[in-house]
Write a protein of this length. Structure first.
Lengths: 293, 336, 326
């Protein structure tokens, strides 16, 4: 990751000094200040040392401490991510169940068609479509920005609606197929017969017994897709001018703000690890065969 | 029988114990242990078949899994082909496991539901021409080559068991641990499978650890027997000797409970009285004493050690010399 | 019920379960398996009807069809005057578990792995009786005790994987018996049990029969169990019942039933025997009629006592030609 950032053409000092600058002395001073005159390997270890002491450094561009920049924007991204995950779950679990229960019927094809649509439609296009429809044509929803939940919950939800839907449907598409396949597999298991033989109504058979088993792999995928969610957040946040980490990262890339890019990516990685941990812990509750060591 | 073998044992189990934590206190520390297997010693020679019988829940499956180190033993050591299985590294362990295959009691759990049974069997086969060999194996266990592409849930209970047997035989192991491997089979198929296993045993020197509740099958198939009760081995010896003259009170009760294939003699069994003790709170001393008709005060004092009971047999009972002996199903015998 | 069978006329009672010409097919991708091809029988209250037959002959499929757990493409099943075939799902669910219950063949996989034993046991009790949570749990614990599982309170809190195979099977048995059904369908109910526990479970089923008049369809390959519990026996082959008779009659004529008991000694262990029999084993798979004969009465060798313990031991000596003369 570290070296990748440096492979991108462009130089932060150029950006800082503006197009067509010529003052080589200032440039050298700037480079020295940010340690950019050092070989990459040295830069890497300096950075690593700082990270280990909790110092993410500060932005090359705005001079703000990176940790603070991230902390400012993270709540917005977290809100968006959770809202999208909820959208994804609310869509995909019923859709997956329907696809499994009515396998081979029109309902199944319908659910899978929607899923396929969700996968093949690019995020940004769907987002723009939503803006056109809800904001331009119906004038129902604000097309951009974000309102803190605590200040005005209703406005916050209105702002949240379209980005969450955009991001959530992308995730829902994959999840629907997974839940569908998993339900079908679980329905052929022996225990399902036992439950039916007990006279348990079909909705409980599917909604409790089968679903609880199908959730085990599903939760893993949700966890894995969380990484994808952060990645998708970049585009979505840009489209909807959502002031989150994704947008911060995009800005950082434009400005060749190495320090900031590194900080954001590292932060995303930490979040990812944290989510994986959550998934592992949730296993303990879903699957009694897994013992937390 | 043992003097016939001048070779080292293929499998050597020393002091093996397996405990499960069944309750934890608040910080997640185990606070109560279930002793599923306690201090088991076994040895198995090449080409030999050792039967393991005992009450349901006495720890037979756990013993099998612990021998394979599918569960790490709490205490004890397993030596296979002269190698300590516990200290073997991952690659070595994989190689050892190829040589000791298991047919699990759960015939479905061992098969990947998303793969055809043929593919599952072919995985274990060495060399090329795997699918043809897999088809041949399917035929040998009484299925047809056309079943190759079918999925596990499409088979009957007995068919699944035979698929598992074929899968375990595919890598040409030296030891086969069969945990209730023929329990779902009818008599003729059972005979066919046992014939197949017997053939492999005679031709290739395949050894067996044969866990079964079906005493007739055990009697027909095994050279030696180990009888377990509540995690411990209570009697061992040559099969015929144990069957005709069981020494341990539990063995006697077990053999007398076999249903007799004659409607004129329904339910004449000397069943064990009393409640089955819990492995969580086993009785002190000899675990069977709470249900044993011959129990005395001394039985509660210490776990009895294995002692010779004649005919190459050993049993763990303090009153070995006082318990009545001799064949036990004479009532039916006299009139049949 | 116009066409009463001889058996029902003897008892003078109306059968609790009537099965007429049931057909079941499994559709695979390229072919369909005709698993049950027109099975009919009647079952009276308090009666134990045993079904025996070789592996894959369709016994389990018949059992499943009685509860409507496989699609029945033809024929009908009637329980207490109610047609189960073609009944709508809600009505069927009310009958399953309360009037007709089933013990499944696969003890290891027939419980839901992610729910506790207690939940799975009490589920049926709470559905079909008006017991509260506490009462249902007590009843469940009592049922576990009756199938010989000690420490029932703790076992209720455990998950299936923490139980041994035989314990899982007994949990399933306890579940099926917990609502005292009118008909119990038991598919190899004791395969994972040792003989002592098996005897206890069979005694429990007997008790249920006496107490509630439960009729039992018992599928087993254990001829000892058949002899001790069944009133009538049906032999299945290739999806059909090919033979049906009262147990006493089948066991009464030794020449018919013990074809080789007098002629052969106890099974030996010589190598040539093994090989000869292995050959016969293969031969058997080919010769369908022979296989049918062997799958049932082969091990009933009451000869010199050696196979007395033989519940359903392998019959290595069978098929030496004489049997063909049956
Ligand atoms: N994973 C586990 N966690 C907790 N307890 C377990 C676990 N596996 C087995 N046990 C307990 O260990 C004991 C022995 O179980 P095991 O499966 O070895 O019995 P078994 O002799 O194979 O019985 P069966 O003949 O019924 O299959 C039982 O009391 C069981 O509840
Ligand atoms: N779900 C399924 N899909 C396809 N075929 C099946 C399915 N279940 C069973 N069969 C086939 O139907 C036939 C009858 O199976 P069934 O389970 O009724 O046999 P069984 O008499 O109970 O045998 P066993 O004694 O081995 O349990 C077998 O050939 C089996 O392969
Ligand atoms: Mg077991
Ligand atoms: Mg079956």
């Amino acid at each position: 990751m570290f070296s990748l950032v440096h492979l991108v053409p462009g130089d932060p000092v150029d950006v800082l000094m503006g197009e067509g600058h010529s003052d080589t002395v200032v440039e050298a001073a700037l480079r020295a200040k940010y340690g950019l005159d050092q070989p990459i390997v040295v830069q890497y270890f300096t950075w690593l040392g700082n990270i280990l002491t909790g110092d993410f450094g500060s932005s090359l561009y705005t001079k703000e401490p990176i940790l603070k920049m991230i902390a400012d924007r993270f709540p917005a991204t977290l809100l968006l991510a959770f809202a999208s995950a909820i959208v994804a779950i609310v869509i995909s679990i019923p859709a997956g169940i329907i696809a499994a229960l009515y396998r081979g019927t029109l309902l199944d094809f319908g659910a899978m068609g929607v899923a396929l649509f969700g996968i093949s439609v690019p995020n940004f296009w769907f987002g723009i479509l939503l803006i056109l429809f809800f904001s331009q044509m119906l004038c129902l929803l604000p097309s951009m920005g974000h309102v803190a939940v605590f200040s005005d919950p209703w406005a916050a939800i209105q702002h949240l609606f379209m980005p969450a839907l955009t991001l959530g449907t992308a995730m829902a598409a994959n999840l629907t197929r997974l839940v569908g396949a998993e339900m079908i597999e679980q329905l052929s298991q022996d225990y399902v017969r036992t439950v039916r033989a007990k006279g348990v109504p079909e909705r409980v058979v599917v909604g409790l017994h089968v679903l609880k088993n199908a959730m085990i792999p599903t939760v893993t995928i949700i966890g894995l897709q969380f990484g994808g969610l952060l990645e998708g957040a970049m585009l979505t946040e840009t489209i909807f001018a959502w002031p989150g980490i994704g947008k911060l990262a995009v800005t950082a890339v434009y400005e060749r703000d190495y320090a900031l890019i590194r900080g954001v990516v590292l932060f995303a990685a930490i979040v990812y690890v944290f989510v994986s941990l959550l998934v592992d812990i949730s296993y303990r509750f879903l699957d009694p065969r897994v013992k937390l060591k | 029988m043992n003097e016939a073998y001048k070779v080292d044992p293929l499998l050597y189990v020393e002091g093996l114990s397996q405990r499960f934590a069944v309750a934890t206190d608040v910080p997640g520390r185990p606070s109560q242990w279930l002793h599923a297997v306690e201090n088991v010693d076994l040895e198995l020679y090449p080409g030999e078949s050792l039967g393991i019988v005992g009450e349901s829940g006495c720890g037979k499956s756990t013993l099998a899994r612990t021998i394979l180190h599918l569960y790490k033993p709490s205490v004890g050591r397993v030596t296979f082909q002269g190698r300590d299985v516990g200290t073997a590294r991952a690659a070595e362990l994989a190689a050892l496991r190829r040589d000791m295959q298991i047919v699990l009691q759960d015939p479905f759990g061992a098969l990947n539901p998303r793969r055809s049974v043929g593919a599952s069997i072919a995985d274990g086969i060495k060399g090329h021409d795997r699918s043809r060999k897999a088809q041949a194996l399917l035929e040998r266990v009484g299925l047809s080559a056309a079943d190759y592409g079918r999925y596990p849930h499409e088979f009957s209970g007995g068919q699944r068991q035979r698929i598992c047997i074929a899968r375990a035989l595919a890598p040409e192991p030296k030891l086969l641990i069969a945990d209730e491997a023929v329990s779902a089979l009818d008599v003729s198929v059972q005979a066919q499978i046992l014939n197949l296993l017997g053939e492999l045993r005679a031709d290739l020197g395949l050894s067996f650890l044969f866990i079964s509740h079906n005493l007739a099958v055990v009697r027909a198939f095994c050279d030696r027997l180990a009888v377990m009760y509540l995690g411990r081995v209570v009697e061992t010896g040559p099969t015929e000797a144990v069957f005709t003259d069981p020494a341990h009170p539990y063995t006697r009760a077990l053999i007398s409970a076999v249903p007799i294939p004659d409607p004129a003699h329904p339910g004449q069994h000397a069943l064990l009285e009393g409640e089955v003790p819990s492995p969580l709170t086993p009785p002190s001393g000899c675990a069977i004493r709470t249900r044993c008709p011959h129990a005395v005060a001394a039985c509660a004092e210490a776990v009895p050690a294995m002692a010779s009971a004649g005919d190459g047999r050993a049993a763990a009972c303090v009153r070995l010399d006082e318990v009545p002996r001799g064949p036990i199903w004479n009532t039916a015998e006299g009139e049949a | 019920m116009q066409q009463l069978t001889s058996e029902t006329r003897i008892n003078g009672a109306r059968p609790v379960l009537t099965v007429r010409d049931v057909l079941v097919r499994y559709d695979l991708d390229e072919a369909s398996i005709h698993a049950v091809n027109g099975v009919s029988f009647d079952l009276n209250a308090r009666e134990t009807f045993a079904i025996v037959g070789e592996s894959g002959s369709g016994k389990s499929t018949v059992a499943l069809s009685l509860l409507g757990l496989v699609p029945v493409v033809g024929g009908e099943v009637e329980l207490d005057g109610n047609r189960l075939t073609g009944m709508d799902a809600t009505a069927l669910a009310k009958i399953r578990g309360s009037k007709i219950a089933m013990i499944f063949q696969e003890p290891m996989t027939s419980l839901n792995p992610v729910l506790t034993v207690g939940f799975q046991l009490t589920e049926a009790i709470r559905l079909h009786t008006d017991m509260g949570r506490r009462a249902a749990r007590d009843h469940a614990a009592k049922m576990l005790g009756r199938v010989g599982i000690s420490d029932a309170e703790r076992r209720l809190r455990q998950y299936p994987h923490e139980l041994s195979g035989g314990m899982r099977q007994r949990v399933m048995i306890a579940t099926a018996l917990s609502c005292s059904p009118a008909v119990l369908v038991a598919d190899e109910p004791t395969t994972a049990l040792d003989v002592t526990v098996q005897a206890q479970v069979l005694a429990l089923i007997d008790q249920l029969r006496d107490e509630f008049g439960t009729a039992v369809v018992l599928i087993t390959h254990d001829i000892g169990v058949v002899a001790e519990t069944a009133d009538r026996i049906a032999v299945m082959y290739a999806g059909r019942i090919v033979e049906e008779a009262p147990t006493a009659a089948l066991f009464a004529d030794p020449r018919e039933l013990y074809p080789r008991a007098a002629r052969f000694g106890p099974p030996g262990r010589s190598r040539s025997r093994w090989q000869a029999d292995a050959h016969n084993g293969r031969q058997r798979a080919v010769d369908a009629e022979l296989a049918r004969r062997l799958s049932f009465p082969s091990s009933l060798c009451a000869g010199d006592g050696d196979m007395q313990v033989g519940t359903a031991g392998p019959n290595r000596d069978a098929a030496h030609g004489e049997v063909l003369a049956l």
